[in-house]
Design a protein around this ligand. Structure first.
Ligand code: SF4
Length: 365
């Protein structure tokens, strides 16, 4: 039987299924059963088809195939690493910044990412979706807060909703006068592009609000022909798309991989938006990089691709203090290096170019 014959026709959810398809070794099974009992596992056929079972470092496998390291929580790791609970006034809503809320209508996803910062909250075993009474309370909360301009549907993955239910949710939000923007964060167009049907795309469009879709992908290989067609369907319907990615060790933590990913987004008419530093979710240390390495990569990216391909490198501050840009700085006061002090230093800056060479600004006339 060839490797192709082993490719699954359905989503793999059990370690034994991963073993049967050659994605994990037999001697890892006992540990992986423990991992799967704690954190949901799902590898869709589309994602499984991208994995080379013969490559122990496959960047797609690292994102979706569970590993024993997930059983070990590292220093600083936390079940709620970005403080969703602290900022949740009613179930389903996270209100961290004045003008926007997260609205978590579903708790399931097409795939379960091994680095997910909500891994303690997503998956079929983590309760149910928002019950109708809680849903209505969340909608009321948005209605009662006129400062909320943007509602971000996140997860779980909002594109796991049926077109009928998504239409209702979009209409409920868009029916609130001050809610002008609805942003959906999703992995479905890459993980399960067949779900992006005409009906689902139609559900994204709603009178009374502007819809944006943020696509989560971390490696250029995820942007398959099917995924690109799914995204094109969304964008052709008039819904703009941005990207979000997570900087992940062994997946995209080198300049060539990041360059290929950002170019792929732009080729798909998706503007690179965020590159997240890995959050301190439990059992994810093996996938995180250092901030210093992330900054080096952002410097390298600046020299390799145009501004169109540049995401913001951001860190969600633990405890719920929000996102801050953590990319490298290029500008410093000219008098910040005392031994190089110049007479007119107060009015001049040092600025690094994309090659790392430093110049004075304004230059001497
Ligand atoms: S799709 Fe998003 S919410 Fe779901 S497991 Fe992946 S990162 Fe977490």
């Amino acid at each position: 039987m060839s490797k192709t014959d082993l490719r699954p026709a359905v989503t793999l959810r059990q370690p034994a299924e991963l073993l049967a398809h050659g994605f994990v070794p037999a001697d890892a099974l006992a540990d992986l059963e423990k991992v799967a009992a704690r954190y949901a596992v799902a590898v869709t056929p589309d994602m499984a088809a991208l994995i080379d079972p013969g490559d122990p470092d496959d960047p797609i496998a690292r994102q979706f195939i569970p590993r024993a390291e997930e059983l070990v929580s590292g220093p600083g790791e936390n079940a709620d690493p970005i403080g969703d609970q602290t900022h949740s006034p009613v179930p389903g809503i996270v209100h961290r910044y004045p003008d926007r809320v997260l609205f978590k209508v579903v708790h399931v996803c097409a795939v379960y990412c091994r680095f997910c910062f909500r891994r303690e909250m997503v998956g079929p075993a983590k309760g149910t979706g928002l019950a109708q009474a809680a849903y209505e309370r969340a909608i009321d909360y948005i209605r009662m807060h006129p400062e909320i301009w943007e509602v971000i549907l996140t997860g779980g993955d909002p594109l796991m909703l049926s077109p009928r239910r998504l239409t209702e949710v979009m209409a409920d939000i868009a029916g609130i006068d001050h809610a002008k923007i609805i942003r959906l964060h999703t992995r479905v167009p890459v993980a399960d592009p067949s779900r992006i049907t005409g009906d689902l795309i139609a559900a994204l469009k709603v009178r009374g609000a502007t819809t944006w879709v943020a696509l989560h992908a971390n490696h250029a290989r995820e942007l398959t022909e099917k995924a690109r067609a799914a995204c094109a369907g969304i964008i052709d319907a008039g819904v703009p798309m941005v990207s979000q990615s997570v900087l992940l060790r062994g997946v995209n933590d080198n300049a060539a991989a990041l360059e290929a990913l950002m170019r792929a987004f732009v080729e798909c008419r998706i503007k690179p938006y965020y590159l997240h530093h890995g959050d301190l979710a439990p059992g994810t240390a093996h996938l995180r990089t250092t901030l210093e390495h992330g900054q080096q990569l952002m410097r390298a990216l600046r020299g390799r691709v145009s501004g169109l391909c540049q995401p913001d490198y951001v860190l969600d501050i633990p405890g719920g203090h929000g996102k801050s840009p953590v990319g490298p700085g290029y500008l410093s006061p000219a008098n910040s290096f005392p031994r190089q002090r110049e007479p007119d230093a107060e009015t001049r800056y040092r600025i690094a170019d994309y090659c790392g060479d430093v110049h004075l600004y304004p230059p001497k006339s």
